[in-house]
Design a protein around this ligand. Structure first.
Ligand SMILES: NC(=O)C1=CN([C@@H]2O[C@H](COP(=O)(O)OP(=O)(O)OC[C@H]3O[C@@H](n4cnc5c(N)ncnc54)[C@H](O)[C@@H]3O)[C@@H](O)[C@H]2O)[C@H](O)CC1
Ligand code: K
Length: 496
């Protein structure tokens, strides 16, 4: 049952190519289906040994074929099995037709299914091949099951869930367990799909690594495999100047806390020095509440230009508590040669003129990291936000390419995307991370990594992961102050 590709996400379209290449390479495709079906039967017996009936709902494609193999195996194991088919199983083709032929039992029409106490429903209606909205005969069953306490084990994906986008079409089964094959699909980790899948188990059905890697592409799960080797390493020769200087812009006197959270998080993430660039009117407030963090008065664009004559000032966070408007726009554009995390008010300031921001950072290495939540994303990319045909990964990738920036599209399923198409879906965030000031801490961590020279995509991805890791260490009830204080640089020995 090993998950050989824990960092990989394969879209349903790529999975079809994996299947095709596996068959072309001479692998017995019916053998793959049999292994898939046996894995489903084994999971059903392992998780639901007390089931009175195994109800297998079979669809018109290979997902249904997996269902017939599982039904035969469960019957062989002595289970009470009932099979219901969407459409005439006599019309099945290829491996699914073989699986049906090898199932020696009655098959009833899907519409005949009536749930009973003690049922386990094995949902083998649609998997990777779902290509349009579910028919009413299936949505009716989903509605009925939503009202009773019958567990569902989904084969590959809960039927109705789009494996590419994580969206239901228009509804999907609510599974307790999902058994998938080869590798996770984006729909298993993107919301609301992640919640519809229940616990996901990945089974290796014997497709060779070289075929999977050929089609795995550049979308994955955000884990250390994607960035650990690119993070800064301390050595005896390290001192505070070699560890980089992060500058965080403070808001006015009544809105300084957000910048201090970012600054502390940047320091904790390993930046050698952190300066709060503060309006003169807020300097006293900032000075009275900081110790390791330095304060410098930066009131206007001239004082910023003066500050920027020191080329060691390499990385900046602009936005938390800063205020929306012309000053934020002018500051961001003045920073176009440096590395910048633009967050919160910094993002909203460009609602009317996003192209001016994107153009400023267009040439050279990727230096801009944008960290919008859903509302802020819609301010900069209204057309992408409103395009229901796109999933969150596609939206983030398109936005990153347009903005010449790394996109951190926040949420419980944060997506990190680079202009070159790479994208990672984050999956280690606990729900209690959603608290006031949490985003300020994230911006600071990413800024701290940028200051140390980590490339923008890896800094953003590692930052999102470390942020969630700190929250997990703290547990429920954390505040943003706790979170900023709990940030730690990545440590392979304890974090893996
Ligand atoms: N390597 C593997 O991962 C293996 C996966 N297997 C299983 O195969 C399915 C994918 O099979 P496929 O035949 O491509 O797709 P489906 O079974 O999901 O459905 C295709 C079938 O359904 C029709 N269809 C699509 N959407 C609708 C709709 N809304 N209403 C009605 N009909 C619809 C479509 O036209 C096709 O006829 C994968 O999920 C795994 O479970 C194999 O076992 C081999 C190894
Ligand atoms: K399914």
């Amino acid at each position: 049952m090993t998950d050989k590709f824990p960092s990989v996400l394969i879209s349903p379209a790529s999975m079809a190519k994996v299947d095709r290449d596996a068959a072309l390479s001479g692998l017995d495709s019916y053998g793959l289906m049999r292994r898939a079906g046996f894995a489903v039967a084994a999971a059903a017996l392992r998780h639901y040994p007390e089931a009175v009936r195994f109800v297998v709902l079979c669809g018109p494609g290979n997902n249904g074929g997996d269902g017939f193999v599982a039904a035969a195996a469960l019957r062989e194991a002595g289970g009470n099995v009932r099979v219901f088919s969407l459409g005439d199983p006599g019309q099945l083709r290829g491996d699914a037709a073989k699986a049906f032929a090898d199932f020696d039992g009655a098959v009833e029409p899907l519409e005949a299914y009536r749930q009973e106490q003690g049922d386990l429903v094995i949902d083998a209606l649609f998997g990777a091949g779902l290509s349009r909205d579910l028919p009413p005969s299936v949505t009716d069953i989903i509605d009925r099951l939503a009202e009773v306490d019958v567990p569902v084990l989904a084969v590959d994906l809960p039927s109705g869930l789009d494996g590419a986008t994580g969206k239901p079409r228009p509804k999907a089964f609510q599974a307790q367990h999902t058994v998938t094959f080869v590798a996770r699909k984006p729909g298993h980790v993107l919301l609301p799909g992640r919640g519809l899948c229940g616990e996901v188990e990945v089974f290796d059905i014997g497709i060779p690594r070289r075929i999977v890697e050929r089609h795995a592409g550049i979308v994955g799960i955000n884990d250390l495999a994607h960035w650990a080797a690119m993070l800064p390493r301390l050595s005896d020769a390290s001192h505070k100047f070699t560890r980089g200087h992060l500058t965080v812009f403070s808001g006015k006197a009544s809105a300084t806390g957000a910048a201090r959270l970012s600054g502390l998080a940047g320091l904790k993430a390993g930046a050698g020095l952190v300066t709060l660039a503060s309006p003169g009117s807020a300097v006293l407030v900032n000075v009275s509440q900081t110790t390791a963090i330095m304060i410098r008065t930066v009131d206007d664009i001239d004082s910023l230009q003066d500050y920027l004559t020191d080329k060691r000032m390499g990385a900046f966070v602009l936005g938390p508590g800063f205020g929306i408007g012309e000053k934020a726009r002018a500051f961001a554009l003045a920073l176009a040669e440096r590395r910048l995390v633009l967050d919160a008010d910094g993002i909203s300031s460009f609602k009317e003129a996003p192209e001016s921001l994107f153009d400023a950072f267009a040439s050279g290495e990727t230096r801009l990291v944008l960290t919008p939540h859903e509302g802020e994303f819609a301010r900069l990319f209204p057309d992408l936000a409103g395009d229901d045909s796109l999933g969150k990964v596609e939206k983030a990738r398109a936005a990153a390419t347009r903005a010449h920036a790394v996109l951190v599209y926040k949420g419980a399923d944060t997506v990190i995307a680079a202009p070159d198409g790479r994208a990672l879906v984050n999956a280690n965030a606990p729900p209690w991370l959603a608290t006031a000031g949490s985003g300020d801490v994230l911006a600071g961590i990413i800024g701290g990594l940028l200051a140390q020279g980590t490339a923008a995509f890896e800094a953003a991805a590692a930052g999102v992961w470390l942020h969630a890791k700190a929250a997990t260490r703290l547990g429920p009830g954390l505040t943003a102050e706790d979170l900023a204080s709990a940030v730690q640089p990545f440590q392979a020995e304890t974090d893996c």
